[in-house]
Design a protein around this ligand. Sequence first.
Ligand code: B12
Length: 114
Amino acid sequence: MGNIFMEFFTTRIRVQLSVIKPDSTDAITVHGVKKDNYLLQIMQQARCNQELEFETTSTSWGESVTSINGLRAESSKREYWALLDGTTGNFLPLGVSSYQPSDGEHIVFELRKW
Ligand code: B12
């Protein structure tokens, strides 16, 4: 039942996003994220705040990130936007439309080659 009382009790979390480009790094913190939101929804919230720009394409695995902050991954150059855990440096196990970050998590988008 989505009434105003439910909204009041919704747990909010904070997620840090970093975008690593060849010549610069952009870092933002997205506040007031609803717990259990997918990473894609958090990115959309950051886009609403005009702190992030991105594009995705639909695939059988969900949404694939193709461009961030004006930098497009060129598959002809074997480039892609990798999604990394900022603490461990490990790859996230899921794409942006499946992964649900937890409170205080730091996510890194890095342009890489395969
Ligand atoms: C090769 C591959 C890649 C290559 C694709 C480029 C290429 N041309 O080779 C690269 C290295 C780019 C890649 C990236 C990622 N991948 Co990948 N990838 C695969 C793999 C091994 C084969 C895909 C394939 O070629 N299928 C055959 C073709 C004919 O089918 P297709 O649907 O057209 O394939 C395309 C999509 O699969 C897409 N793609 C590949 N990986 C992913 C991941 C996501 C989340 C999405 C939406 C699309 C996508 O790229 C393919 C080529 O265009 C699969 C495992 C598998 N066996 O399917 C994992 C797999 C799909 N990838 C996976 C993951 C997690 C990722 C990343 C999120 C990893 C990361 N943390 O950065 C990123 C995507 C980030 C983003 N930008 O959104 C997971 C998805 C799990 C899930 N349920 O979400 C899989 C299942 C591997 C696994 N078991 O963990 N991947």
